[in-house]
Design a protein around this ligand. Structure first.
Ligand SMILES: Nc1ncnc2c1ncn2[C@@H]1O[C@H](COP(=O)(O)OP(=O)(O)OP(=O)(O)O)[C@@H](O)[C@H]1O
Length: 462
């Protein structure tokens, strides 16, 4: 038997029992903690995690009612409702043990125990503990996913001709299983559109899985995307399903596809051609049924000409190619977005609804919106917070004049300031410079999400 029983807590006031339990179990458990005094139970279970708790039914000598055992069982389950408690009971107390089962114990063993029987009981208990843990983990994942779904903002079609034709194509292609490539500047809504396509497809009741290709390192690429088997490499502590498998039956959204290195492009191409993946550390192909949507803000066709992006990969992913126009080419969409966001922020900040004055709208229409809808959203949020007026005026909106982007060839000058904002600005600037403007990589370097980095880029006008 492997050492797979995890951390075991044994509580018994008889030192001989504790000692023999320890001698037997230490070979099979990660750790055996012994405790004579049941009053320590609350402290122990609230501060440490135990996979199995072996609990005596009777503590004070000569008292055999088992009441103490029931009391402590209840206490343990109060702290950890999924605790796995095996009762230790003397021969003849079977009735009490059965009552303990009804009150939440997992099993019981009779004293003096037979080693093999005790090990068999604890092995079964350990399996149960694993299942409880798995269920808890899945519940948490489910909660996170549900929250994410509820958080999703509705898509706004827009009034511009460009967006209306885009949405009529989306309605047509969403129902097919065609792979789609979304092209457009940062913040034009590629991810929103990808989710919309999924929601309008026959896979809508299945999952939508996103992968930020710009943020995945070369070493983790295969394991992240295709999964791995326990022990395949040093950190592979357990079997793991990759994003392709997780998206099986649903839609896989590969964002920032233009950032993939040539080596990774060819790995991805192989999987897309074969429509099967092989988990790292195995050689068993697993068939994959995903609808693929890729997105990038990079000029893939030019990259193909410069041999920076594989032509065969481009042909694989662009069965249908959709271009998201920058906001400056669809300024007529601004009022609709503005209404939507002003309503959102009024609710979020518990303020009366604000509206744009004609002059403010005219100012928004004159701006070039390098950050597109994302920038519009932030500008409206800032104005909603800062302005005391119900009608937002041009002065409530200020734009930083276009500055050249931070470039690797023109190093930025850093100050010696100790002001926290200055330091943050410099860290952001440095990371952007280091990664030549690649937002995903810079965000990873800074330990931020892309959204959080975008907010800082905008805040510091970088
Ligand atoms: N049509 C739309 N309807 C509703 N919200 C939108 C729309 N387009 C963009 N947005 C909003 O703008 C922000 C940026 O959108 P999104 O993340 O989809 O852009 P993106 O093109 O994927 O950006 P990046 O290339 O930087 O990842 C989001 O907060 C999104 O809610």
């Amino acid at each position: 038997m492997e050492q797979n029983l995890g951390r075991i807590l044994v509580i018994d006031d008889n030192e001989d029992v504790l000692f023999s339990a320890k001698m037997l179990l230490r070979k099979y458990a990660k750790e055996v903690v012994m405790e004579k005094n049941p009053k320590k139970i609350p402290f122990l279970v609230s501060n440490e995690e135990f996979d199995i708790i072996l609990l005596d039914m009777n503590f004070s000598q000569d008292i055999t009612s088992g009441q103490e055992g029931f009391f402590w069982l209840k206490e343990i389950l109060k702290y950890d409702p999924s605790a796995v408690v095996v009762m230790i009971t003397a021969f003849g107390d079977v009735e009490m043990a059965v009552r303990a089962l009804k009150e939440g114990a997992t099993d019981f063993v009779l004293k003096p125990w037979q080693n093999e029987k005790l090990l068999a009981t604890l092995t079964a208990a350990s399996k149960l503990r694993h299942s409880y843990k798995e269920v808890n983990q899945l519940r948490q994942v489910n909660r996170t996913l549900t929250a994410e779904l509820q958080n999703q903002q509705p898509v706004i079609t827009g009034e511009s001709q460009a967006m209306r034709s885009l949405f009529s194509i989306i309605d047509k292609v969403a129902r097919t299983d065609a792979d789609i490539l979304l092209l457009g500047e940062n913040g034009t809504g590629k991810e929103v559109i990808a989710r919309t396509i999924h929601q309008r497809s026959s896979r809508a009741d299945k999952v939508f899985v996103t992968v930020d290709m710009g943020a995945i390192t070369e070493t983790l690429f295969e394991s992240e995307l295709f999964g791995h088997k326990k022990g395949a490499f040093t950190d592979a502590k357990e079997d793991r399903v990759g994003r392709f498998e997780a998206a099986n039956g649903g839609t896989l959204f590969l964002d920032e596809i233009g950032n993939l290195s040539p080596a990774l492009q060819s790995k991805l191409l192989t999987v897309l051609q074969r429509r099967e993946i092989i988990r790292v550390g195995t050689n068993k192909p697993i068939p994959i049924d995903v609808r693929l949507i890729c997105a990038t803000n990079m000029p893939l066709k030019e990259m193909v000409q410069r041999h920076e992006f594989r032509q065969d990969l481009l042909y694989r992913i662009n069965t249908v190619e959709l271009n998201l126009p920058p906001l400056r080419e669809r300024l007529e969409d601004i009022p609709l977005f503005a209404d939507h966001y002003l309503q959102t922020y009024a609710t979020k900040y518990k303020q009366p609804l604000k509206r744009l004055s004609d002059a403010a709208l005219a100012k928004l229409r004159r701006y070039t919106w390098p950050g597109n809808v994302r920038e519009l959203q932030h500008v409206l949020e800032r104005a909603s917070i800062m302005s005391d007026n119900r009608e937002l005026q041009p002065d409530d909106f200020f734009f930083i004049p276009d500055e050249p982007a931070v470039s690797a060839t023109a190093p930025a000058v850093f100050s010696n300031s100790q002001n926290l904002e200055d330091l943050e600005r410099e860290a952001v600037q440095r990371a952007m410079q280091l990664h030549e403007g690649n937002v995903s990589k810079a965000a990873k370097e800074l330990g931020l999400s892309r959204g959080a980095l975008y907010r800082r880029l905008e805040k510091y006008a970088l």
